[in-house]
Design a protein around this ligand. Structure first.
Ligand code: NAD
Ligand code: DAU
Length: 367
């Protein structure tokens, strides 16, 4: 492990009850010596069960609240004096952004701008050494770059911003705010733009856990359109390692692209999941889960391909993904099979309503 100036310091993490945030918090507490103040609004996407291992942990302070609540964030900063803020908090599901973009603007744009202002006021009030050491790390997405043509080179940090969904546009706006707060006010900010994460504790509204959940429940496995869209899958543990590396050694004002190097077509991924489930949880009457695959109407404005060029973080900071796609997917399927209680908890009435809303509008289509 690299020596870290943040090893025993306090961090303010936002959105730490969500998928990536919870994985980050669990790993940080296991690996480091400092305290995490975890601010999360507990929207439908926040899940305290993902943090159950930290119940009553002396170095994890959970606060339910909104990043847009400046009085609250300022109070937390004054009280706990964190050495860094890691901003995961966001509305994150593309399909939900098509149904209701307003929440995305509120949290991802207004919320981020208010958090930046609170961070600026706090950082300005620190002694010089504290000001120099302070970091604001914003967690963002490859979706800000839009969609790649087949064979086009992967997104670099210099790719133009061409967001296509309300979600992507709101994240693009948040990235621009972070940049502006650094350029204008000197806030020591950094941004990570990563590709599609997968792993434990992801809400089954996203493709991989949705397919596992539906497969086990004997339901249809919805593949949007022709299923030939490509995503670059990144194991969440590898993303968390990249976040730690950027916090420890990233250059202020820079952005870092983080990808898994695993470009895969959706249909191939769904078949891979079915094949693994066939081995790990064979159907009682034989056959294959692939028989449940159903092509359904496509997502409007659906980005065709994402791919990330991670060479900057690899050469500057020595980060590389450790997990191969097969081992990461196997670990992930095993985790969901071993945590069916978590899955049940995450798929209650609110979830059911969303599934009805999203998939009722998606008639089956030919493959
Ligand atoms: P998630 O939807 O699983 O979790 C988001 C968390 O933020 C939830 O716990 C929610 O309660 C909390 N939250 C929402 N609004 C809030 C607010 N106003 N104040 C405080 N907390 C709030 O998201 P995720 O998949 O873990 O993504 C985390 C971050 O990483 C997001 O910024 C997302 O844009 C980015 N990202 C995600 C992926 C991915 O594949 N999941 C890839 C690239 C980037
Ligand atoms: O690329 C990073 C982004 O990855 C993050 O910024 C987002 O927060 C995260 O949600 C994710 O966005 P996607 O839209 O790529 O993820 P999702 O899991 O929703 O979909 C993955 C692909 O699978 C996408 O091409 C749409 C398709 N899909 C999705 C669902 C839910 C299906 O074919 N069927 C489905 O039922």
């Amino acid at each position: 492990m690299h020596a870290s100036p943040l090893n025993d310091q306090v961090l303010l993490v936002t959105g730490g009850a969500g998928f990536i945030g919870a994985n980050f918090v669990l790993e940080w507490i296991a690996e480091r010596k400092g305290t995490i103040v975890n601010l999360d609004k507990l929207t439908y996407a926040g899940n305290r069960a993902s943090l159950a291992a930290l119940d009553n942990h002396p170095r994890h302070i959970f606060v339910e609240g909104d990043i847009a609540n400046t009085a609250l964030t300022s109070e937390l900063l004054r009280t706990y004096q964190p050495a860094a803020i890691v901003n995961f908090a966001a509305e994150t599901h593309v399909d939900r952004s098509l149904h209701g973009p307003e929440d995305f603007m509120q949290t991802n744009v207004i919320g981020t701008s208010r958090l930046l202002e609170a961070a600026r006021a706090y950082s300005n009030g620190l002694p010089v050494a504290g000001q120099k050491a302070f970091r604001f790390l914003h967690i963002s997405t490859d979706e800000v770059y839009g969609s790649l043509e087949p064979g086009a080179p992967a997104f670099t940090e210099n790719s133009p911003y061409l967001p296509n969904s309300p979600y992507a546009a709101s994240k693009a706006a948040s990235d621009h705010l972070v940049r502006a707060w650094h350029q204008t006010y000197g806030l020591p900010a950094l941004t990570i733009n990563s590709s599609n994460n997968y792993g434990p504790c992801q809400l089954p509204e996203k493709l991989i856990p949705l397919i596992i959940n539906n497969a086990l429940a004997g339901k249809g496995l919805p593949v949007y359109g022709d299923g030939l869209q490509i995503r670059d899958w990144l194991y969440v543990g590898d993303h968390c390692a990249a976040i730690r590396r950027v916090l420890d050694a990233g250059r202020i004002g820079e952005t870092y692209n983080v990808g898994g190097g695993n470009e895969t077509r959706n249909i191939d991924l769904v078949i891979m999941l079915c094949n693994m489930l066939d081995q790990m949880r064979p159907l009682p009457k034989g056959g294959t889960y692939s028989a449940q695959i159903a092509h359904v109407a496509d997502r409007p404005g659906h980005d065709r391909r994402y791919a990330i060029d991670s060479s900057k973080i690899e050469s500057e900071l020595g980060w590389k993904p450790k997990e191969s796609f097969t081992s990461g997917i196997r670990k992930t399927v095993e985790w969901y099979l071993d945590n069916l209680d978590w899955m049940q908890d995450a798929t209650g009435e609110t979830y059911r309503q969303w599934i009805e809303t999203n998939y009722a509008l998606r008639p089956k289509v030919p493959a």
